[in-house]
Ligand binder design. Structure first.
Ligand code: GAP
Length: 487
């Protein structure tokens, strides 16, 4: 992807109401961001598209089967035992070096790419009088206290991932939904990590949103599902406008894998601020690790396992009892027990809503040359959002503020408003109004003109080509619906 001047891009993004620095009037706070009026629409559309395409209407599975997917919305603060079981309390940290000269803190694995705060041409430790310490572990979880007394007994953590809420509710979901393997549980929500070096705009923040799926399946089928999710997730980004050339799936090497992971593919994106592609999403084969840990730490033991009723029923003629508990007392071999009761394997596609929003903003940001009203070349900045993600779907304009055009335009605007985010603008020259909508990525502009009054047709202008077509005003909604249909 072509490089973008990120400072210019951040200003553009702020000026148009996409992303603001959090608490900017107080000088901001490193690693925290706010979404403005257009940014919040964009990010909402991203989360809605993910939920629609992955949870409500996912494509068929590898053997053409219907996927069973349900959702959850878990609390951010959970019993701290969850984080002991998951391994976060003991191990969720980054190695860090500090400098005794400038008091700076630096992630050890990023040292070569960072700048010494006093001599930016050198990495930390690179200037003569730098005094870099040995690497030490820096805990990434934010801590707080639940209740009035601030002691270790009521220490709690802000969740560093949404995944554990899903594992902790596995039994609740099974018991309440009567789902059979394979099935997935999805969650969108905030996560918090006290990152040492938040950087690259919103790319590495301290508060961010994840869109995670834990897909539970039979261990024997897990590789098939891993490949399914890896390919599906990469393709999904392309259906929403990221060019496939900018998407790079990267299978993690054995030495990189988390100790419990059987395989992980990072779906990386060529962000314009970096020479190397950077992680957009991780698709991990987590094996039986998480449920096994929670089974042990919660004391629930094999109650957290999955009982395969279909397999049990199919083998009924081979047994003298239909009670699993009674059958266990006959001391069947462990592999026979595991045929009916086992801990499912988990495939986890874990995406960052903010990282995808940033990728969408970078990909959409375009400068081109078009003709102005007098036929002269003019440079315009436009956001080429996919229509499904565009914050505003359609702008409606009266050509002039007379001859009943504003009333007609308002009537069309009001008829579209219940269905999409629509914008009405009757201020200034038509060309200027088109440019404003190009700049915020509105895919369609509809003009009410003299001919509308005669035959109830309108012009509909395409943002990317600037071409205009005349259609009956009654067809405008259908035109937009067509562009918004998932591919
Ligand atoms: N449950 C697995 C998990 O959390 P991860 O690779 O640490 O895995 C998943 O995070 C995704 O969350 C990443 O691919 C990224 O999109 C997003 N993410 C992680 N840390 C982030 C941060 N500091 N700022 C913004 N997004 C982040």
């Amino acid at each position: 992807m072509a490089k973008i001047d990120m400072a210019k891009f951040a200003k553009f993004s702020k000026d148009n109401g996409f992303i603001f620095q959090s608490s900017e009037i107080y000088g901001g706070i490193n690693g925290f961001w706010d979404y403005g009026p257009l940014g919040v629409e964009l990010k909402r559309n991203i989360k809605d598209a993910w939920w629609q395409d992955m949870v409500r209407n996912p494509p068929p599975g590898p053997d053409g089967q219907e996927l069973r997917m349900v959702g959850l919305d878990c609390s951010i603060i959970m019993n701290p035992k969850v984080w002991e079981a998951s391994g976060h309390v003991g191990g969720f940290s980054d190695p860090m070096n500090s400098c005794k000269t400038c008091q700076g803190l630096f992630r050890s694995d990023q040292l070569p790419g960072l700048q010494c705060p006093r001599k930016p041409s050198k990495p930390p430790g690179g200037a003569e009088d730098c005094q870099l310490t040995e690497a030490r572990d820096f805990k990434l979880m934010f801590e707080s206290h639940a209740g009035a007394i601030q002691s270790d007994d009521n220490k709690v953590y802000l969740r560093p991932e949404t995944a554990q809420g899903i594992f902790a509710n596995f039994k609740n979901v099974l018991d309440s939904s009567r789902l059979k393997l394979p099935f997935g549980i999805a969650q969108i929500g905030k996560a918090f990590r006290n990152e040492i070096n938040p950087r690259n705009y919103t790319f590495r923040s301290r508060e961010f949103e994840q869109m995670e799926i834990e897909f539970f399946c039979h261990p024997a089928e897990s590789m098939k599902w891993y490949e399914y999710w890896r390919d599906l997730r990469k393709n999904w980004y392309s259906t929403l406008g990221l060019k496939s050339d900018n998407l790079v799936p990267r299978e993690q090497g054995k030495e990189e894998l988390a100790f419990y992971s059987i395989g992980t593919t990072d779906i990386e994106y060529r962000f314009p601020f970096s020479d190397d592609p950077q992680e957009l999403e991780g698709v991990a084969h987590r094996g039986a690790y998480d449920l096994t840990q929670h089974a042990r730490h919660s004391g629930l033991g094999d109650k957290l396992g999955y009982f395969d009723q279909d397999a049990w029923t199919a083998d009924a003629p081979t047994r003298t009892t239909n009670s699993f508990e009674a059958w266990l007392k006959t001391n069947p071999p462990p592999e026979q027990v595991a045929k009916y009761k086992f801990i499912p394997h988990v495939i986890e596609p874990s995406a960052g809503a903010d990282r995808f929003t940033l990728a969408v903003l970078c990909e959409a940001y375009t400068e081109d040359t078009v003709k102005d009203a007098s036929g002269k070349d003019e440079t315009r900045t436009l956001m080429k959002f996919h229509p499904r993600l565009a914050p505003i779907k359609c702008a409606v304009f009266p050509l002039v503020n007379k001859e009943g055009m504003p009333d007609k335009a308002l009537a069309l605007y009001r008829s579209l408003k219940p269905h999409f985010n629509v914008f009405f603008d009757d201020k200034g020259a038509a060309g200027r109004r088109y440019r404003r909508q190009d700049e915020v990525g509105t895919p369609f502009c509809v003009m009410i003109d003299g001919q509308t009054l005669a035959d109830d047709t309108v012009t509909i202008r395409d943002r990317d080509t600037t071409l205009q077509r005349r259609v009956p005003s009654s067809q405008v909604k259908a035109e937009i619906d067509r562009a918004l249909a998932p591919q």
